[in-house]
Design a protein around this ligand. Structure first.
Ligand code: ZN
Length: 80
């Protein structure tokens, strides 16, 4: 498995830049965060756009806060 080599011939290395999918700014390939809109960026895709990295921490925080709210509401209404 050498597909993730930085300059491998996997088809994604022909771009010199990648485009931010949020604000369409051209960025160097190694950039991991858009300086304009703060979007986290992954590797360049076939179209020259940077892929978005999945923000697990953000998702977890959102899920936990929603669950906390639901439990709080349930607890508040059905406790006694
Ligand atoms: Zn951006």
């Amino acid at each position: 498995m050498h597909d993730d080599a930085p300059y491998g011939r996997s088809g994604s290395s022909r771009f010199m830049t990648k485009k931010c999918p949020e604000c369409y700014t051209y960025l160097p390939l190694h950039t991991t965060k858009c300086p304009s809109c703060q979007t986290k960026l992954g590797d360049v895709d076939k179209l020259g756009f940077a892929s978005r990295t999945f923000d697990w921490a953000g998702y977890l925080i959102a899920i936990v806060s929603i669950l906390g709210f639901v439990v709080f509401m349930w607890w508040g209404f059905f406790r006694d």
